[in-house]
Design a binder for this molecule. Structure first.
Ligand SMILES: Nc1ncnc2c1ncn2[C@@H]1O[C@H](COP(=O)(O)OP(=O)(O)OP(=O)(O)O)[C@@H](O)[C@H]1O
Ligand SMILES: [Mg+2]
Length: 288
């Protein structure tokens, strides 16, 4: 969804968008007010190849994802963004034909090492999908779900409240925690899924096109929320929306056909002065 589709584009913005940089948004890219000093790596991919049977979907991807930053993964359909995202918390394990080679380091360990428990890993690296997918349970039980699995022995209600507040949903649901999560609007359901992902206190949150099924206002709430989440968490988000990537991310990774990571840099550089012509063509809409 572009600015035009959100109906928020002003004439001044239109004018700026046709000026020299490839994409101009009304929000400064890259900085997002987050400190730049002492960047630590949250997740590092080293020479990652992914195959579905004989078909290669990711080809030799290496990248370091800084802690407490928002990293956007962009690229045309089928270039492997979702596949790469799912490698990070081993969601690809669920796909029989899928084989991952190379290392994904998290917390000083390759997540594919034999002694890593994928369920425990997914508590540390949570995931939010394109379609909001609350369980057919109460709002409270949706958020508490991961806590029950991990046999959390703290104050569940307090954690539910804290998570709903962090997901910017508390004010809308605090008087109906026992009603079904499925009775919420799409945008509320997506924030509920974010609350569910953050309740077990993860370090990283993976989001696969989290706003593409939402209306512009709900999408913009999620964008604001992602900005807040980066205070505490590392957020890795797949998006087809260039303006969204430019608005919310600190760094952007551009995947192109064949599952290759073609360019990975500060978001400002990717959108204003990319190194590769192919990246510029993709960003300016010449293909993809
Ligand atoms: N479960 C699967 N089984 C077999 N092949 C798959 C599977 N999932 C993805 N692929 C293939 O892997 C490649 C990358 O797919 P992926 O879904 O990661 O792309 P994407 O960049 O997320 O695309 P989109 O933007 O459309 O979501 C594609 O060629 C796709 O057909
Ligand atoms: Mg995808």
């Amino acid at each position: 969804m572009s600015n035009t589709e959100t109906g928020t584009e002003t004439e001044a913005e239109t004018e700026r968008q046709t000026s020299d940089s490839l994409i101009t948004t009304d929000v400064e890219t890259g900085s997002n007010g987050r400190a730049t000093a002492s960047e630590r790596t949250a997740v590092a991919a080293r020479d990652v190849d992914v195959y579905y049977g004989d078909e290669q979907a990711i080809d030799g991807v290496s990248m370091e994802i800084p802690e407490k930053r928002v990293v956007a993964l962009i690229g045309p359909s089928g270039c492997g963004k979702s596949t790469f995202l799912r490698c990070i918390n081993r969601m690809n394990d669920m796909i029989d034909v899928c084989r991952v080679e190379g290392d994904i380091e998290f917390g000083g360990k390759n997540v594919y090492d034999g002694d890593v428990d994928p369920v425990a890993l997914r508590r540390k690296i949570g995931m939010v999908f394109q379609e909001p997918n609350p369980f057919p349970k109460s709002i409270r039980d949706n958020v508490a779900y991961g806590l029950k699995i991990q046999k959390f022995d703290g104050d569940v209600d307090a954690r539910v409240e804290e998570s709903l507040k962090s997901a910017a949903l508390w004010d809308e649901v605090n008087d109906k925690l026992d009603s079904s999560g499925l009775d919420l609007s799409g945008g509320q359901q997506q924030r509920l899924c974010i609350a569910r992902a953050i309740a077990p206190d993860p370090e990283v949150i993976l989001m696969d096109e989290p706003t593409s099924a939402l209306d512009p206002i709900a999408a913009s709430k999620i964008e604001d929320l992602i900005d807040d989440l980066a205070e505490e968490y590392t957020v890795i988000i797949v998006t087809h929306n260039m303006q969204q990537a430019a608005r919310i991310s600190d760094r952007t990774a551009v995947f192109l056909t064949g599952g290759q990571l073609v360019e990975y840099d500060d978001t400002t550089t990717i959108f204003e002065d990319p190194e590769h012509d192919r990246v510029e063509d993709y960003i300016t809409g010449k293909f993809g």
